[in-house]
Design a protein around this ligand. Structure first.
Ligand SMILES: O=C(CO)[C@H](O)[C@H](O)COP(=O)(O)O
Length: 239
């Protein structure tokens, strides 16, 4: 009998494999590979393609770079290849409009950069990531926001005055004393705004604060999301 943890793992793998099988363009030249535990299976599946010498993969951070290398894929950079044919990535929450919260794994800036450069953006997730309506229902840790380190006190104060109920400078926990440092040498704030009524407005309001590099609200960027279900099925939401 499958345990809860192995059901989740199977769900991630099924979603990732189906997303690659149904969307990988035959003549792809540049492919974005996201970050997180679900994307591990995306990289694995792409690594099984017979023509893997014919395209380059663009990472969204350190872990993603390792996944590309470990699966025998060609590594490129977004500076060399600013036009991406397709990007695959995970998400922390997906709403019914296909808006996302991302950044639980601290990679949101490069994830958004690669997704924004991509002609098609496909998300892979397990059933726990699906919101019944708005963002902020399933993912209760707050919206991840990447900031320049010296701006943290100012931005925290401003986010509180914008109505965030909890605002935390993300800490490394037992793995690191002090704040998490991103792949871009920045800090991360998690700001809880509850249920997000208007993700585009919230993103714009936060982005205007001096010191904010990027928010983990991915508004109308995803073309499709594949959810691996507890039953073993995969559900696809598309625009
Ligand atoms: O946004 C991310 C990292 O910044 C990840 O894509 C997101 O956290 C989902 O990760 P996982 O597939 O491990 O649940």
């Amino acid at each position: 009998m499958s345990t809860g943890a192995s059901l989740v793992e199977k769900a991630k793998k099924s979603a990732a494999y189906q997303a690659v099988d149904e969307n990988f363009p035959e003549n792809a030249k540049v492919v974005g590979v996201g970050s997180g535990s679900t994307v591990i299976y995306v990289a694995e599946r792409i690594g099984q393609l017979k023509n893997k010498e014919s395209f380059v993969c663009i990472p969204t951070g350190f872990q993603s770079k390792q996944l590309i290398i470990d699966n025998g894929l060609r590594l490129g950079t977004i500076e060399q290849y600013p036009e991406v044919d397709i990007a695959f990535d995970g998400a922390d929450e997906v709403d019914t409009e296909l808006n996302l919260i991302k950044g639980g794994g601290a990679c949101l800036f490069q994830e958004k950069l690669v997704a924004a450069a991509a002609s098609k953006f496909v998300v892979v997730a397990d059933f726990r990531k699906r919101s019944p309506s708005k963002l902020g229902i399933q993912w209760r840790k707050g919206i991840p926001i990447e900031i320049v380190p010296c701006a943290y006190a100012k931005v925290i104060k401003e986010l509180k005055s914008m109505g965030a109920t909890t605002v935390d400078l993300r800490q490394g926990g037992s793995a690191k004393a002090g704040p998490v440092v991103t792949d871009n040498n920045n800090f991360l704030i998690d700001a809880d705004f509850g249920e997000v009524a208007d993700p585009a407005k919230l993103h714009t309001d936060i982005k205007q604060l001096v010191g904010v590099v990027e928010t983990g609200l991915f508004v109308q960027m995803a073309d499709k999301t594949y959810f691996g279900e507890e039953s073993g099925d995969v559900k696809c939401w598309s625009k």
